[in-house]
Structure formats: C-alpha cells, structure tokens
Unconditional design. Structure first.
Length: 140
C-alpha cells in the first residue's frame, strides 16, 4: 500500500484542473458541485466555501467526500479521490481562497466582504480514467 501519492498522480492533481466535489446530505443522498481545489505539500487537498454554503452543514455531519479533477483539454481523462475532511477552519484573512483564486486565475479572490471556510481533505483512495486509467491506489 503506498503511503503517499505517486509522482504522476501528484503532478496531475497539482494542476488547476476543473473539478467536482461530492458530499453527502443528511438523508444520505449525494450532492455534487464544481469547485476549485489545491493539492498541498502534505498531500491533503484544500477546498474553500462561502460561510453560508449548505455543503458546510453536510460536511459537519458527514466528512466523507469524493473529488474528481478533470484534464483541462480532455475531460475523459480524470483522477478521482475519496477521503474525509480532516480540518474545517474559518479563512478569516482570506489567505486560502486567495491561494485557490491565484492558482486558477492568477489573481486574488475578488469578493472580500463574505466569510470563507477552508476544508482539508485527507485522501484515502484514488483512481483514474482515460489517459490515467492505470492509476489506482490506497493511501495508508
């Protein structure tokens, strides 16, 4: 069992790829939304939400998530990770949303008058498809 992500998976996830995150509602039905993400040096994935998002309520009740990052030029090629939110913290100075915005747009996040919350995902499993179909593993 690998203890960290292989280099090719890390390189793919380090890109500002379009992504979709799935959470679980209290009635256990899944819900998905497009999201920005950032693979951090420690192998966790950072996501960030407006403080009023329903998704935060869902994550507080059930921290399990799945995130699929799609290749920018070939959406058939993607890597999906499954894991759990291991940290939820207020992004009071907007540092994390600025990091995400800069990663995707090259600019700080433009909306400065709303509270933000950062969540960090600990990856437990991953798999790929398309050009990444040979990617499959467990972090343990």
């Amino acid at each position: 069992m690998p203890r960290e992500l292989p280099d090719d998976v890390r390189a793919f996830l380090a890109q500002p790829n379009p992504a979709v995150i799935a959470t679980v509602r209290p009635d256990v039905s899944p819900v998905t939304v497009a999201t920005w993400y950032l693979l951090e040096e420690d192998g966790r994935i950072l996501v960030n939400m407006d403080e009023d998002r329903k998704r935060l309520d869902y994550l507080r009740l059930n921290p399990r998530v799945s995130l699929t990052a799609l290749d920018k030029t070939d959406w058939y090629t993607h890597i999906s990770v499954q894991g759990s939110i291991v940290e939820l913290v207020d992004d009071t100075d907007l540092t994390d949303i600025d990091r995400l915005s800069s990663h995707y747009t090259g600019q700080p996040y433009p909306t400065r008058d709303r509270g933000r919350v950062s969540a960090r995902i600990q990856i437990e499993r991953y798999h790929g498809w398309g050009a990444k179909k040979d990617v499959d593993g467990t972090i343990g």
